[in-house]
Design a protein around this ligand. Structure first.
Ligand code: K2U
Ligand code: ZN
Length: 186
């Protein structure tokens, strides 16, 4: 298994449409395995393929110790009732904003065994499903912010982004070390 680098806002891949997955190959299985490991280390509850530089239409989710793989996911029903909650994104570190979304969604997707399944959810899982499926169509949570909120989020990102040359966020593969001073000689 390996920890993958995360692409951050500014990398064009985050704005691209993804490609439907045909066959579930060993390569796809390895990608999913590495995405889960990367998501857990980054303390995320979701991670979509474009965030690790891949164009496959798939994402991994684990909101409450229930790992879910969604391949070629589609939202087939969404509640007319909406809910607003703060969101962040592993690809836009340290930027947060309130996003209004349908309170519940029903999603149809393929699992890693190649079987179609449906999942209906609200709360954090429902929100995470929408956030990840947005990633698969080049949409980011900042797109939903009001003009003023988006302006301040982008101002914040302008300061943060210099930490990620090449729009790459390297995760420290040894979380224990991340509390040490980065400039400490090895
Ligand atoms: O796709 C991603 O960037 C991971 C997102 C997923 C997400 C964002 C907002 C709301 C739900 C899911 C997050 O960065 S994961 C971090 C996180 C952890 C716990 C609760 C909310 C967000
Ligand atoms: Zn995100």
């Amino acid at each position: 298994m390996s920890i993958l680098d995360i692409r951050v806002l500014g990398d064009p891949i985050l704005r691209e449409e993804t490609k439907e997955v045909g066959e579930i190959t060993d390569e796809i299985r390895l990608l999913v395995k590495n995405m889960f490991e990367t998501m857990y280390l980054a303390k995320g509850i979701g991670l979509a393929a474009p965030q690790v530089g891949r164009t496959e239409r798939l994402a991994v989710i684990d909101v409450d110790k229930q790992p879910i793989v969604i391949i070629n996911p589609e939202i087939i029903e969404s509640d007319s009732k909406t809910s607003k909650s703060e969101e962040g994104c592993l690809s836009i570190p340290d930027v947060y904003g309130d996003v209004e979304r349908p309170a519940r969604v029903r999603v149809r997707a393929m699992n890693l065994e190649g079987e179609m399944f449906e999942i209906e959810s609200g709360d954090l899982l429902g929100r995470c499903l929408q956030h990840e499926i947005d990633h698969l169509h080049g949409k980011l949570f900042v797109d939903y912010l009001s003009v003023l909120k988006r302006r301040s989020a982008m101002a914040k990102w302008t300061k943060e982004k210099d930490k990620y040359p090449g729009f790459i966020r390297h995760l420290d593969s040894d979380p224990a070390r991340s509390h040490e001073h980065p400039d400490e000689e090895l």
